[in-house]
Ligand binder design. Sequence first.
Ligand SMILES: CC/C=C\C/C=C\C/C=C\C/C=C/C(=O)SCCNC(=O)CCNC(=O)[C@H](O)C(C)(C)COP(=O)(O)OP(=O)(O)OC[C@H]1O[C@@H](n2cnc3c(N)ncnc32)[C@H](O)[C@@H]1OP(=O)(O)O
Length: 284
Amino acid sequence: MSTYKYATLFLARNISVNQTRTFFSNLKCLDVTINRENGVAYVLMKHPPVNTLNMQLISELSLTLSNLEKSKCQGMILSSIFDKVFCSGLDLNELLKPKPERVKGYFSTFQELVIQLYGSSFPTVAAMTGHSPAGGCVLGMCCEYRVMKKNSQIGIPGSRMGIALPRYIVNLMSSTIGLRNAELMLTKGKILNTDEALKVGLIDEIANDRTDAIRKAEDFLKEYEMIAPLARGITKRIIRRSIIEDVKMNGAADLENFVSVIMLPEVQEKLDMYMYNLKNRKRD
Ligand SMILES: CC/C=C\C/C=C\C/C=C\C/C=C/C(=O)SCCNC(=O)CCNC(=O)[C@H](O)C(C)(C)COP(=O)(O)OP(=O)(O)OC[C@H]1O[C@@H](n2cnc3c(N)ncnc32)[C@H](O)[C@@H]1OP(=O)(O)O
């Protein structure tokens, strides 16, 4: 990230650059810094133009989470350097005309990332600076708290694309917004605006802009400063155990099933049309 962007991000929140240290300098799709004073890690996605989760971004997120676990960080804010988009989800190019082994590897890496983020021992907040479709929504749901910038959209359009979602995605959504709301949202492939997402509990707070989103994320983490990290971590793991165990038990079969559906000609046709519409739609 440019010095200018660091300055705007940190000075806006009264944190000087000197109070932070760059955690990794060799990442291409992420900026990771840690505030020395409170141990909070800022993980900012910076994969232009819209933080599509290609293999590189997924792998860097996974590596970063492993390192943050080792470094005993006190909390993590997952965000984006882009003002309009938090994360545009999985890379649709990986889903179009895929080779079965390649697509299996891709989804399996994403599934592992989801479990790693969902099961992390430290507190996690998604400061969603903009739109968060599909995989972006999934990253958010893995965090413990979600702040989203106003006028953004969030949801998982799988059904609309002719794709049945894997169990872990359905389970994550159900645990976030309840079974009934998850059923309505996922079977329709509904995308919600910020107000609707707040109402249903898919996000916890609305922010005016990215600085406000980061500030609200920090406020959430501050509440844990007086809580013993070990007790907190164990409690979180107990609450999250059933989804994690379910992936361990059923993840492989789920993946096989998912890949065979993705390869179906009628699904490929729908995906092709979806991609065509995405490339040719009127931009706002
Ligand atoms: C959906 C369920 C599918 C499968 C289920 C499978 C497994 C379950 C596991 C996880 C569930 C998650 C699945 C997914 O994430 S699939 C990806 C779904 N994502 C989307 O549908 C988002 C599509 N993108 C958008 O809606 C907009 O791009 C966005 C609102 C994010 C930003 O709009 P903006 O106007 O700012 O930018 P654009 O001009 O649209 O985009 C710039 C550029 O980037 C390309 N792009 C955008 N998103 C993707 C993507 N996800 N994959 C590949 N490429 C993407 C877009 O086409 C533009 O390209 P170009 O025209 O060449 O400039």
